[in-house]
Each structure stands twice: as structure tokens, then as C-alpha cells.
Design a protein around this ligand. Sequence first.
Ligand SMILES: [Fe+2]
Ligand SMILES: [Fe+2]
Length: 399
Amino acid sequence: MKIGIYGGTFNPPHLGHMTSARLAMEMLGLDRLLFVPAAIPPHKALPEGSPSPEDRLAMTVIAADSLLLRDKVAVDDLELRREGKSFTVDTLRQFREEYPGDELWFLMGSDMLFSLPEWHLPEEICALAGLAAFARSEGDEPERMEVQAERMRADYGARVTVLRLPEVVEVSSTRLRAQLAGGEGAEFLPPSVYGYILRMGLYGTHKDLRHLTDAELRACSLSMVYAKRHAHILGVEEEAVRLARRWGADEELARRAGILHDCTKYLELEQQLQICDEYGIVLDDLERISVKLLHSKTGAALARHLYGQPEEICQAIFWHTTGKADMTRLEKIIYLADYMEPNRDFPGVEELRKLCYEDLDAALQMGLEMSIEELRERGVPIHRNTQGALDWLLEHRKG
Ligand SMILES: [Fe+2]
Ligand SMILES: [Fe+2]
């Protein structure tokens, strides 16, 4: 197996890292890529005001997840767990022990290739792993790197590859940190990493979470869920806005409800119950044991208390999983957008989509009936509010 090891302070992990990582995987044919956030880099102290190692680790995990290669890409916190300074040679020794028969490649920026002879035990580093250095820019850098690579082959018997990245995104972490403090720089980050920075108030952002722009709110929401869920959330936002336009509902409310509707989807049961406790959400017996039902209640609570959203939005999020009797137009829109947004694919979805734009109540009835049918088939108990929603429609649509 070919394993790439990508070390760095990741302060913060940005699109330059992510595009290099993705391209290095392809060019080297890596089977696995491990991001290794450094604790205290031996050659430079972290700049003042840098986030804690825990926050850098969390951001790196979010950034790695954003590559959507979960079976190949992971983050290893071994340097953060180790006492004292982080030397690359110690890290590579540990990986060598852990993966005795595998081919290791140490990924690095061009500056690191030039400074490597001054590192601790460079010869052993070269014996433990191949070196893959990113050529960062156009100009003569790749040529200078080749010269350096040749020297290291001669001096240390190193295996060195200079990776010329065709579409490398040039990002300076120093400049990016300064931009973030001034309210800029989001375009150089995976949105979910930017959202984490906003939520935690890192790099001097200190945004008021109750008054975020749509883009900032979206980033925050995406930062709370796994990247595999992002397309769905963006799909619900898009579909909700379209439905709101069709049915004369407030598009901005629909957009924000869509953005936030699943933000607590991946919190553990314990965290969900903690939020319920904190905000006084009363649960019935079925909700107490079902994370799937809980996330709409906790999502609504965070929309209200953390993100300061208006009541209509919170209610639409609150009812998006079960539905209920006598729903508002926005509640129907979010329920249905969640059901049939463009990424959804199941028998009958096309018919449901069409109906959503012809007769909102008929579509809601169809959605509820399909949902109840599916729960029955799977032997999952049907929530009384779901049945209540259908009963209410059957009575009132006929009348
Ligand atoms: Fe949901
Ligand atoms: Fe959803």
C-alpha cells in the first residue's frame, strides 16, 4: 500500500492544502493519505493568537472530510498526543512501525524541501519515506527544486519526487489569517472550515452568530455535519427557495430554514439530549430514543438560540421530520423540499416533485403517505404527529 503523510500546522487548513493533497493522491497513486497536524513545529513557533491544537485538529478533520474520500483520507493526531517538540523523524519512525510493509511518502511544500538538510536527522528521514515536494508556483521554482532533489539523492540516497501541480491554489497562511481577522478570506477555505472558524470565533473573526449573512450561516451549518450531507443541505435550500417562489412564501425564510434544517443531524444522542435539556425541549418516549426524530427539535433550538432566527424558521425546522396537523406554508415547503430535493432518488420522486408545484397539499399528503408506508415496511413506529398531519389533511382537503 502507498501511504502519503501530509504534515503541517494547518493554521488553518485551506484550499491550497486540499488541492495539493488531492492532486498528490492522483499523481503518486496513493491508497491512503494521512494529514498530521503538528503540535509545536521545531523550526517555527506558532504565531500569536493561533487556535489551540484541539481547534487545529478539528479544522483539519473537517477539511479532510471535505475531500469526500472517507475510505482513503484520515487525520492522525499522533504529533499532538506526543509530549514535547514534534520532529518529523519521530513521526516517520512511528508510521514505519505501524505500517512495516508499506511504501511511505512524506508530502511537503517547496520551502520544506530546501530546508530539510537543516532538520533533525535528515538522512534517517530520507531512509524512512520518499519525499514528494509540491512545486508551488510557475517560474524557475520547479527547476531549482529538481536541483535540490538531485542533491538529496546524492547526499542521503533519498527518493524524491517534485510534483508540479497544474492547478495549485496559491494561499499564504499568514495573509489568510490577517484576512480572516478583517472579515475576508472565506474563498480560500473549504466552507465547512470557514464555518468552524466563525462558530469558534478563531483568528479574530468574532462574528455575532445571531446576525450572519446567508453565506456565513451556510458555512456554519455545513461545519456541523459530515461532508457527505452537504449536497443534501444545499439541495434543500435550493428547492425550498424555488417552492417559496412558486407558492408566494418568503424566499429568505425558506432559504435559511433549508440551510439550518439538518445542522444537528450528526450529533450523538447524548449531545442531542443535552441541547434538549439546556433549552427545555420536552420529549415524548419515542423521541427520547430516536436521534432521527431529535435532530429536528435540537436544530430548531440552535436556529433560535444560537443563530437568532425568527420563529417561522424555527417551527419549520422543528416539524421537518414528523410533520404535524395544520402546518404553515413554510413548514410544508421545508418538509417537502427535504423529501424531494434534487439529490433524492426513490420510486415516485418525480411524481412527487411535479405535484409539489401543482398542488402543495396534495403533495404533502403524498409525502406523508409514502413516509408512513415506508416506516411500516421497516417496522419503525409512526410518530403520532405524522399520523396527525395526514389525518388533518384527509379531513380538511375533502371538506
Ligand atoms: Fe432532517
Ligand atoms: Fe434533511
